[in-house]
Design a protein around this ligand. Structure first.
Ligand SMILES: *Cc1c(COP(=O)(O)O)cnc(C)c1O
Length: 372
C-alpha cells in the first residue's frame, strides 16, 4: 500500500497502476452470503488475497463483519493474524511437518487431512494443556487433500476427533462451476453422509461457485474466494459480482508504421496496412500473461485495441488505429471497465484465478472504497 503518493503520482512512478476496490470486495462478500441467509460466510484470502493484497483485503472484510478466514500457508496465516488479532484463521494446506509450534503460537487452525496430522495436532494439544481447534478435511473426489470418505466414516465415535479439536468438517468441490456435472451431486451426498456420521461438528463445502449449487451445498459456513474479487462464480451466466480490480498502464510512445513493417520480438506480427501503435508501460513481469500475446485487448478511450506481437517483459504494443485520440501519457485499461478477469483469462488460455493471483508485486496497489 502506498499512502504518500496520489494515484496520478503512482502512474508517473511506475507506469502501471492496480486499483483494488475494497468496498466492492465487502459488497461481494455480502452478496455471496445473501445466497444462504442465516449461514455465516467466511473469506478465502490465500495467495495474497488473490493478488489484491492480504492485509488491506482481510482488514476491510473484518470491518464488514467477516470473522473466519482461510489461507493456504502458514506464512499467509501469520500475516493474516498480524492484521486480524481476533479472527478465526484456517490454514488449508494443513499441518506440514515442523509447522505445529508456529500454528499454536499464532492461534491458527490447520485443516487436517490425514490420521498422522490428527495425532500430531492432538499431541500438541496435550503439550499445550488445552484444546487446540482445527478442521478436518474429507476428500470427496479431488484426491488431493483430506481423509477418504471411508476413513472419515470410520472416525465415528473415535476420541481422536475431540483430542484434535475438530471444530469444522470440510470438503472441496471438484467442478462447482459446472452445475450440470454429476460429480457435484455425488460429492454433496458423500459429504452429507460423513456429516451425519460425525454429528455435532459444523460443516463447510461451498466455494464461490458451490454457493450457487443450492442449499444442499451450503451447510454451516460458506467458503468463497474468487467471487469476492469479482470473478464470475456462474460462468456462462451474467456475473452477479461487482468488479474489484482495475489494471491500467500508461502509453509510453505512439508511432505510425507502414504496411509490411513488423512488431515486437521475432517480428511475430506484420502490419497488413498502415497502423498506429501505442507502447504500454506494462509487461509480463507485471503479471500480465505473455500467453495473451496477439489474443488480448486493452481499452483506450473506451475503444478495444488488440495486443500486437509478443508481450515483452515490461512493455505491450497495442494497435490504436481505431482510437486515433490516443496520446502519450494516456492510460489503457487491461482489466476493468467491462474487460473482466474471466475474459483476460480466456484470452491467455487460462482462468481468471491465474490472472488475479499472477498480478505482480511490481506495481503499486492503490486501494479505493475504504470508508473507515
Ligand atoms: C481456494 C479454495 C476455496 C475458494 O475457492 P474459490 O473457487 O476461489 O471460491 C475454498 N476451499 C478450498 C479448500 C480452497 O482451496
Amino acid at each position: 500500500m502506498d499512502q504518500q503518493r496520489t494515484p496520478e503520482d503512482t502512474l508517473a512512478f511506475h507506469g502501471a497502476r492496480l486499483t483494488v476496490d475494497l468496498g466492492a470486495i465487502v459488497e461481494n462478500w455480502r452478496r455471496l452470503g445473501s445466497q444462504a441467509p442465516g449461514i455465516p460466510c467466511a473469506a478465502v484470502v490465500k495467495a495474497d488475497a488473490y493478488g489484491c493484497g492480504l492485509e488491506a483485503v482481510a482488514s476491510a472484510l473484518w470491518r464488514g463483519g467477516c470473522r473466519t478466514f482461510f489461507v493456504a500457508h502458514l506464512s499467509e496465516a501469520v500475516a493474516a493474524r498480524a492484521a486480524l488479532p481476533e479472527a478465526t484463521i484456517y490454514v488449508l494446506n494443513g499441518l506440514l511437518p515442523g509447522s505445529g509450534p508456529a500454528l499454536v503460537a499464532h492461534r491458527l487452525r490447520p485443516v487436517l487431512g490425514a490420521r498422522e496430522e490428527l495425532e500430531e495436532w492432538a499431541s500438541l494439544a496435550v503439550e499445550a494443556g488445552r484444546t487446540l481447534p482445527a478442521a478436518l478435511h474429507v476428500d470427496t473426489g479431488m484426491n488431493r487433500l483430506g481423509l477418504s470418505v471411508t476413513d472419515a466414516l470410520a472416525c465415528a465415535g473415535d476420541p481422536l476427533l475431540d483430542e484434535a479439536g475438530i471444530a469444522l468438517l470440510m470438503s472441496h468441490l471438484v467442478s462447482a462451476e459446472l452445475p450440470d456435472d454429476p460429480v457435484n451431486a455425488r460429492q454433496i451426498a458423500d459429504f452429507a453422509r460423513v456429516r451425519a456420521a460425525l454429528p455435532g461438528i459444523p460443516a463447510s463445502l461451498a466455494n464461490s461457485s458451490g454457493i450457487y449449487l443450492g442449499s444442499g451445498a451450503h451447510h454451516d459456513l460458506l467458503r468463497p474466494g474468487y467471487a469476492l474479487f469479482g470473478g464470475n462464480p456462474t460462468p456462462g451466466r451474467a456475473n452477479p459480482m461487482r468488479p474489484v480490480v482495475h489494471l491500467e498502464a500508461r502509453i509510453a510512445q505512439i508511432r505510425d508504421i507502414a504496411a509490411g513493417e513488423s512488431v515486437g520480438y521475432n517480428g511475430r506480427w506484420t502490419a497488413p496496412a498502415p497502423r498506429r501503435l501505442a507502447t504500454l508501460s506494462l509487461g509480463y513481469a507485471d503479471g500480465y500473461p505473455r500467453a495473451a500475446s496477439e489474443r488480448g485487448h486493452a481499452l483506450v478511450g473506451g475503444v478495444s485495441c488488440p495486443i500486437l506481437g509478443l508481450i515483452s517483459m515490461d512493455l505491450i504494443i497495442l494497435d490504436v488505429t481505431g482510437a486515433p485520440g490516443a496520446r502519450r501519457g494516456d492510460t489503457a485499461t487491461l482489466i476493468g471497465d467491462g474487460l473482466d478477469v474471466d475474459a483476460v483469462g480466456r484470452a491467455a488460455g487460462t482462468i481468471g484465478y491465474e490472472i488475479l493471483t499472477g498480478l505482480g508485486s511490481r506495481y503499486v496497489r492503490h486501494y479505493v472504497g475504504t470508508e473507515g
